[in-house]
Design a protein around this ligand. Structure first.
Ligand code: KG4
Ligand code: ZN
Length: 374
């Protein structure tokens, strides 16, 4: 089965082609992303109207490039998968409209995919295995999805940490997902971006903060920032208290509505703030993962894998902490390849292939929906 994936939920226009074999293994034949970061940089955030207009301009060239790179003609596509929720409504409408048009004109199957759940699939797509000489030629950029075999993965615990979402899921199969918890205020990536602004780092905040915290000599205990637990049983997340703690550490605690005057931060102070913030943010995630494992065990459920995805899974500290949690609890941790952490269409096409293989399809009245499906 060959699937064309389309992703336009926020500020990246993505198109990708994947091939799913009868055994369930899925190869990424191409994965093209046209980013709008420069367009939105001067506004320090995504401007919805600009984003949807840019998607209109980029969609068809991106799809064309993905087909070309995959060496696949439109006629060879079996299914068109599109991220139809959640996201910016104007942006989603462009992708959904484009996908419907292509599928209808070519007489193909259509499948709408939840973008957040597709992030969970990105860790499976990212199981990189360069094809050997005998298979596709030494230079072939073909990736095989390993670990997608149900017995190795399910039931799984799922973690999505992005700029818009921070959630934990119980994943019984690719078509049976239950949300266990979510952020009650800021998403983890949003907190990284806001803290980066407070510390005075340029856009893109999350990756720059990560880089600064990795510098030699960075002290992650220089500031004792709060680690949110919410309650003794909650699987929800909260990052706004941590963000405020960083703000107060930089500007002082406000009195009569005004921040006390502070001298500018030194580079060393910025570095230590970044490292201390990252430590507290990652700790909060690890606590919730261990809590979810414990609660599942009490219900007689033993997770086999930790599926992860979303922009913050590119964070170096989070990646090593998640790996360590996996080792401690005997979990198969599926981290996305770096280029699949951020929004992309390979994860949409991959999950679309799984849903199609499970017998699911969408009608041509498929809607763009701003909210998540679970
Ligand atoms: O998944 P994504 O591309 O978009 C959403 O669906 O939201 O995630 C983008 C988020 C941004 O907040 C960005 O700052 C964050 O992922 N991010 C990082 C890193 N790379 C990207 N946060 C921390 N460390 C990183 N290395
Ligand atoms: Zn995303």
């Amino acid at each position: 089965m060959i699937v064309l994936g389309i992703e336009t939920s926020c500020d990246e226009t993505g198109a990708a082609v994947v091939r799913r074999g009868s055994g369930g293994a899925c190869e990424v034949l191409s994965n093209v992303v046209a980013s709008q970061h420069e367009l939105h940089a001067e506004y320090a955030g995504v401007v919805p109207e600009l984003a949807s207009r840019a998607h209109v301009e980029a969609l068809l060239p991106t799809v064309r490039e993905a087909l070309e790179q995959a060496g696949v003609g439109l006629g060879m596509i079996d299914v068109v998968a599109v991220g139809n929720r959640p996201g910016l409504i104007g942006s989603l409408l462009v992708g959904v409209g484009g996908a419907k048009g292509l599928a209808w004109a070519m007489g193909k199957r259509l499948i709408g995919v939840d973008h957040v759940l597709a992030h969970l699939y990105s860790g499976v797509v990212g199981r990189e295995k360069r094809a050997g000489k005998g298979e596709q030629g030494a230079s072939a950029k073909v990736r095989a999805c390993e670990g997608a075999r149900e017995g190795e993965v399910f039931p799984a615990l799922g973690l999505v940490v992005s700029g818009g979402h921070t959630s934990l899921y119980e994943v019984a199969s690719w078509t049976s997902v239950k949300r266990l918890g979510a952020t009650i205020d800021d998403a983890m990536g949003e907190a990284f971006d806001k803290v980066a602004t407070i510390v005075g780092l340029p856009h893109p905040g999350g990756p720059n903060l990560d880089k600064l915290a990795r510098e030699r000599g960075a002290n992650d205990r220089a500031f004792d920032f709060p680690v949110s637990r919410i309650s003794t049983t909650s699987l929800d997340f909260s990052f706004s208290g941590l963000k405020t703690a960083v703000l107060y550490a930089v500007k002082g605690v406000p009195e009569d509505g005004k921040y006390p005057q502070r001298v500018a931060l030194t580079h060393e102070q910025k570095r230590d703030l970044a490292a201390s913030f990252q430590r507290a943010a990652c700790r909060a995630v690890v606590i919730k993962i261990e809590r979810a494992l414990e609660q599942a065990r009490a219900r007689g459920v033993e997770y086999r894998a930790l599926l992860t995805g979303g922009g913050v899974t590119a964070n170096s500290r989070l990646r090593s902490e998640l790996t360590a949690v996996g080792e401690k609890h005997g979990l198969n941790v599926l981290l996305p390849a770096m280029e699949l952490c951020m929004d992309n269409a390979a994860m949409i096409a991959g999950l679309g292939a799984e849903m199609t293989a499970a017998g699911m399809k969408s009608d041509f009245d498929l809607q763009a929906v701003p909210t998540a499906s679970c």
